[in-house]
Write a protein that binds this ligand. Structure first.
Ligand code: GDP
Ligand code: MG
Length: 426
């Protein structure tokens, strides 16, 4: 049984929260793309956690967690994340955490490059990409240039350290062009030694492990980072991440390109949020934005940045559902709309005086205006609702309307950040 959990929108839909919940029925949770630019917040009986690299199944004792080959791994960050969880009483060992030998190592110079490029963009164009500045775009670029170190090399460091001088010389061609002091090869060796040494026991052929597990009938969940609109191919380029955030990539990025997904569960938010730059057609401004941001606590989990917010966007969500091939939806944060007497929904875009319903090419988005429609709100606290029957009629109707607008079944609705605060609709 292979299920993917992916984001329908711009990210921060509550994927971590849903993986924490739904992983009760799974043996393995595997991250398949991205790096420590993810911020997945999980609140359960063990506490409140923000996970960047570790899969959100790490909080369940019987779940094996995998960092797949499609990921980029900041060694120091991962060591810190493991340490923090251990302090909170979470057991982490090579039994419940496995890192793909093919996953790529994000180096300190990638982080430096990310910062320097965002600053250059800011000065040159006034429009930086809104990167989390954690080196993700530079390391994925290096991966495609084939100038990277991979986790499996930590098992034979002599060979690896022998490659450092050349790769650093190549990287310094770029670093110096930004006017920065060159990177010292020995510093990189020291870095790999210090943090790689702590992680090498977790490294293995996770593809082999997953194939065996699948053959034994184990249930495998793939956890995406970010959402469809941040995908490197299908998202709002260049305001995207640098990896493939879509469900179809999960088997490849996990290490099992031979296996097919049984189910894709799309995590969709009851309204919209977008961290960082880029076109965001349904965006609210002024007081409307402040009210919604505060109600939803919309500040980045990885960076603390205030997120841009807007009402539910049916145009973008339909596109996200298509990209993710979602079979069913988990609708999150419905309780955030509790305070509204009337709720707006962006049902279409207006472009050159015409109403459009299909999500257009990124450049065209700059010229699109949202078409808002209003529905009656429920205007009461729904956070204690646990069945569809508990919901006020207006909330039930809102869910059914989103189902109709998106042509996809909404199976789960979450009404709070805590593990138990959800409803199974059917
Ligand atoms: P992810 O990146 O998709 O995992 O999502 P984030 O963790 O970045 O952002 C989702 C935020 O909403 C987190 O702070 C969660 O604790 C919170 N959250 C998740 N589900 C709900 C919900 O149903 N209601 C409320 N009020 N908060 C939620
Ligand atoms: Mg997040």
């Amino acid at each position: 049984m292979l299920t993917s959990i992916c984001g329908i929108n711009w990210g921060d839909e509550g994927k971590g929260r849903m993986v924490d919940l739904l992983s009760q029925d799974y043996d393995i949770v595997c991250r398949y793309q991205g790096g420590n630019n993810a911020g997945h917040t999980v609140i359960n009986d063990k506490g409140r956690f923000i996970l960047n690299l570790l899969p959100s199944g790490i909080l369940r004792e019987n779940v094996v967690n995998i960092l797949g080959c499609g990921m980029v791994i900041d060694l120091k960050h991962l060591c810190g994340e493991i340490e923090n969880l251990r302090k909170a009483g979470i057991k982490i060992s090579p039994y419940n955490l496995k890192i793909s030998d093919k996953a790529v190592i994000t180096m300190p110079y990638n982080v430096l490059q990310d910062v320097m490029e965002e600053e250059r963009l800011e000065k040159a164009t006034g429009k930086p990409y809104g990167s989390t500045r954690r080196g993700i775009a530079p390391i994925y670029a290096d991966k495609y240039m084939k100038k990277v170190f991979r986790m499996g090399e930590l098992l034979n460091t002599k060979l690896m350290y022998g490659r450092v001088a050349d790769i650093v010389e190549w990287k310094n061609l770029t670093v110096k062009a930004y006017g920065h002091d060159p990177v010292k090869p020995q510093d990189m060796i020291d870095y790999l030694e210090e943090y790689g040494g702590k992680l090498k026991d977790y490294v293995c052929d996770t593809g082999l492990y997953l194939n065996k597990a699948n053959a034994e009938g184990k249930r495998i969940m793939f956890e995406a980072q970010l959402g469809a609109l941040r995908d490197i191919d299908y998202g709002i380029v260049p305001y995207t991440s640098s990896s493939s955030t879509i469900a179809a990539y999960a088997p490849i990025g996990a290490g099992v390109p031979n296996l097919k997904l049984d189910k894709s569960i799309g995590i969709m938010k009851a309204y919209s949020s977008c961290v960082g730059a880029g076109p965001f057609t349904c965006e609210y401004f002024g007081d409307k934005a402040v009210t919604l941001r505060e109600a939803g606590g919309e500040y980045g989990a990885a960076t603390g940045r205030p997120r841009r917010v807007g009402p539910f966007d049916a145009v973008a969500s339909r596109y996200g559902i298509m990209c993710q091939g979602a079979d069913e939806i988990a609708l999150t944060k419905l309780d955030v709309l509790d305070g509204y007497e009337e709720i707006e929904i962006c049902t279409a875009y207006e472009l050159d005086g015409k109403v459009i319903h299909d999500f257009p090419f990124t450049d065209v988005l700059d010229y699109c205006k949202p078409v808002f429609e209003k529905v009656k709100g429920w205007h009461c606290d729904i956070s204690a609702c646990r069945t569809a029957e508990d919901l006020p009629k207006e909330a039930y109707d809102y869910i059914k309307l989103l189902e109709k607008l998106c042509n996809c079944k909404i199976k789960y609705v979450s009404v709070g950040a805590e593990r138990e605060a959800f409803i199974t609709m059917y």
